[in-house]
Design a protein around this ligand. Structure first.
Ligand SMILES: [Zn+2]
Length: 407
């Protein structure tokens, strides 16, 4: 079986394939994605898988079961990256899936094993993520296909320009899945802080994102007395303090104001306008909704005390997505069977598993991320964690095969 060093070497090999020289950047159906797909297709064939590309640009390596009417087990993650990415986000899941397929290649399996390298997860080119997994789930709608990139090319046109047939997009949908399994780096500091190599994802957190505009009155910083001001900055600042206080005091909640712009933005002028963002996430939808309602009302109150108007707009909304309970327990048993510690966790980031979970039983295994660093060139994994993750993945597929055989 491929060992951890080979897995890591392959991730670095793919990291060198880039649209922008000197960094790692690959976006949906870009020239670098074509080269990365060629490399991964070769690896698939070497692993005894038959490689095909669906109309959404997903590279799919299939090891067909000898069983009649066999269902399909998917092992997948994504090959696209954020700008100036690390070597492991997404790619590790694809390369580890291939290693598991290789380990099992001589075993008769009661399901067809399909390794999928998704074409798009990060949302960089079209501003909407998960194009690849949406195609698998059958939720790639007309609105998304009509979206344009920065030079006005639609998703549909990009598919045609790559040489794919958009008329066959419905063939990308998987209907008979036993399950979906994804390895992914945690992209956060939790496993490292606890000294654990692996985490079993129980839920992908829901999220709400808003933009806010605080509108007061720009005026002279020297001549306007404090009690006669309409200071948009002070209103926003008081509100930002509450965002941190409230989220810190609320279990299973994170909330972030990640961007603030002030107008006119001069040291001797009271701010007339502040544009801010709010990102609220929780594994519990009620907790998230309560938090959003409280924080928006608090912003209004901070404004009204100062004669500052506050507008808010919902930009994005996603409910929490639980992973499949039966697969979760099977995965925990697999981790335990190879000597790992069972640690359930919530994923604060969105993943392909979240897109497919409403359509097929899904499970996800996190690997510790050194320094919690991701979406960064210094992203890393530890060889021992990869080794343990592979062993757990193989044990998981074997356990699932035993269940499917008795079905
Ligand atoms: Zn990812």
């Amino acid at each position: 079986m491929m060992d951890a060093a080979q897995v890591i070497a392959r991730c670095h090999e793919l990291a060198a394939i880039t649209d922008i020289e000197g960094e790692t950047t690959r976006t949906f159906l870009s020239p670098a994605m074509r080269r990365a797909n060629d490399v991964v297709a070769t690896w698939m064939e070497q692993t005894g898988l038959t490689a095909n590309m669906d109309a959404a640009g997903n590279l799919r390596g299939i090891h067909a079961s000898a069983r009649e009417n066999a269902r399909t087990l998917v092992l997948a993650s994504h090959l696209d990256t954020v700008p100036n990415a690390g070597a492991f986000d997404g790619v590790l899941g694809v390369v580890m899936a291939l290693a598991v397929a290789e380990a099992l290649r001589e075993e008769p399996l009661p399901f067809t094993l399909e390794v999928i390298a998704f074409s798009e997860e990060e949302g960089v080119r079209f501003g909407v993520p998960f194009i690849g997994s949406r195609a698998l789930a059958g939720t790639l709608g007309e609105t998304l296909l009509a979206r344009t990139d920065s030079v006005g090319i639609t998703v549909r046109e990009a598919i045609r320009a790559y040489g794919l047939d958009d008329a066959t997009l419905s063939d990308a949908v998987l209907h008979n899945a036993v399950g979906y399994f994804e390895f992914h780096i945690e992209q956060g500091p939790v496993l490292e802080a606890e000294g654990l190599p692996l985490g079993v994802v129980e839920t992908v957190a829901g999220q709400s994102r808003y933009s806010l505009i605080f509108t007061g009155q720009a005026n002279h910083a020297g001549t306007t007395p404090m009690d006669l001001r309409h200071d948009a900055m002070s209103a926003a600042a008081e509100w930002i303090g509450e965002v941190e206080r409230y989220a810190t005091a609320t279990p299973a909640l994170v909330a972030t104001v990640g961007s603030v712009q002030t107008l006119p933005g001069a040291g001797n002028v009271i701010a007339g306008e502040v544009h801010a963002t709010l990102d609220v996430r929780s594994s519990n939808d009620a907790t998230r909704e309560d938090a959003a309602a409280h924080l928006l009302a608090f912003a209004d109150a901070c404004g009204s005390r100062r004669g500052v108007a506050v507008e808010h707009t919902l930009r994005m909304h996603q409910v929490a997505v639980p992973m499949n309970r039966a697969l979760l327990r099977l995965l925990e048993d697999a981790v335990d069977s190879v000597g790992g510690t069972i640690r359930r966790m919530v994923s604060g980031a969105g993943h392909d598993a979240m897109i497919v979970a409403p359509h097929m039983p899904a499970a996800m295994l996190f690997l510790r991320t050194p320094r919690g660093l991701s979406h960064h060139p210094d992203e890393a994994v530890l060889p021992g964690d990869v080794e343990l993750g592979l062993a757990a993945g193989v044990a998981f597929v074997r356990a699932l095969a035993a269940l499917e055989t008795g079905r």
